[in-house]
Design a binder for this molecule. Structure first.
Ligand SMILES: NC(=O)c1ccc[n+]([C@@H]2O[C@H](COP(=O)([O-])OP(=O)(O)OC[C@H]3O[C@@H](n4cnc5c(N)ncnc54)[C@H](OP(=O)(O)O)[C@@H]3O)[C@@H](O)[C@H]2O)c1
Length: 334
């Protein structure tokens, strides 16, 4: 496993990170706690100790499972969580109701707001620390940007948490370069977490070069396109009730066929390196200019071990050219 810095924080984090959304269950057809804990242990044991979670992942469930899994292992973990998607208040900007996004979370229904006021940040950090069973968070990120609170107020609140030793580094997610400029005018910003994969390259000319210019880490989320780039989501694959992939246009049978054909056209690269298509997709992601880390979800110890090994693959320019050509020829129905 390779490690790269989280911006200017001085924190080294594994280039392949464990994404803990799916183990929260919500939008992923449920979760199984003991299997999830085993999965996190497998990740930590093979050097993938960078773990990304969020309060909204299962409305506390993901953070609680991560908290249980890291007891006695805190020193081996770089722990990232988030703030700004709240359901304890209706301040801010209404974002969604939990059942619009596939429920699968008992009977509870939550209305989620984007809110990054100082009052909510102070409340949220304490809730996360309790659920995670720790007294500090390594990387604290604003999950989605709140149009109702000045960024300067948000950043001041985050800097106060840093001064108090509750968080070690500050990051954003789902943010534009203009928004990051405003954060950085108040204090140091170490990372940006965005959707990025072979199928999602909208940020190639904006956020990615911004990272290199401003010495920030770029954390790519959904780097295997929620399974589509692994070769394990063919036209016949069925998902559990409550799994968001049932309702996603990107997962239509026609798109799965087209993606399978694309994977066939570059699987020679995977064979040459003796790796799986999932590993190849992760290795491609962390090789893109400006992209420092890939956050990959896993629900079984086998997936975690497989994904972690991608942190050691060295792709050549020729490998990348073959993959890029195949990707550029892919047209998906929308
Ligand atoms: N900031 C944000 O707004 C935001 C948004 C999305 C995600 N994220 C972060 O990014 C992380 C990763 O994103 P993601 O979970 O959306 O998508 P992803 O990492 O692209 O896909 C994860 C899913 O792919 C399947 N999978 C994982 N490893 C596999 C393997 N080796 N072979 C075959 N299938 C495999 C698993 O589902 P199955 O086994 O069920 O197929 C897993 O749940 C999240 O956990 C979260 O930490 C952040």
């Amino acid at each position: 496993m390779q490690y790269r810095k989280l911006g200017q924080s001085g924190i080294d984090a594994s280039v392949v990170a464990f994404g803990a959304w799916a183990i929260g269950g919500w939008m992923w057809g449920g979760t199984e706690e003991s299997e999830s804990i085993k999965t996190i242990h497998a990740a930590i044991d093979c050097g993938m100790g960078f773990i990304d979670t969020a309060p909204v992942y299962g409305f506390g469930t993901s953070e609680k499972i991560v908290g249980k899994a890291i007891q006695g292992k805190r020193d081996k973990v770089i722990l990232a969580t988030k703030c700004g998607l709240v359901w304890h208040t209706d301040k801010g900007n209404r974002f969604f109701d939990s059942d619009e996004k596939q429920v699968g979370h008992g009977e509870a229904k939550y209305t989620v707001h984007r809110y990054l006021g100082a009052d909510a940040i102070k409340y949220e950090v304490e809730e996360s620390l309790k659920r995670l069973g720790t007294d500090y968070i390594d990387l604290y990120q604003t999950h989605w940007q709140d149009p109702t609170t000045p960024i300067e107020e948000t950043m001041e609140a985050l800097l106060d948490l840093k001064k108090a030793g509750k968080i070690r580094a500050i990051g954003v997610s789902n943010a534009t370069t203009e928004e990051m400029d405003r954060y950085r005018a108040v204090g140091p910003l170490d990372s940006d977490q965005e959707k990025y994969s072979m199928l999602d390259r909208k940020l190639d000319a904006s956020n990615l070069p911004y990272m290199e210019k401003n010495n920030m880490a770029f954390l790519a989320y959904s780097p295997i396109a929620q399974g589509l780039l692994t070769g394990k989501v063919g036209p016949e694959r069925k998902f559990e009730d409550g799994d968001q992939r049932n309702n996603s246009k990107r997962f239509s049978v026609e798109n799965r066929k087209r993606i399978s054909a694309m994977l066939d056209s570059y699987k020679c690269v995977a064979e040459k390196h003796g790796v799986t298509l999932a590993q190849l997709a992760i290795a491609w992601t962390i090789r893109q200019p400006g992209c420092s880390h890939a956050l990959v979800g896993a629900r079984t110890p086998q997936q975690a071990l497989e994904n972690a090994k991608a942190g050691d693959i060295a792709l050549t320019n020729e490998d990348v050219d073959i993959i890029n050509k195949a990707v550029s020829e892919l047209v998906l129905e929308s």
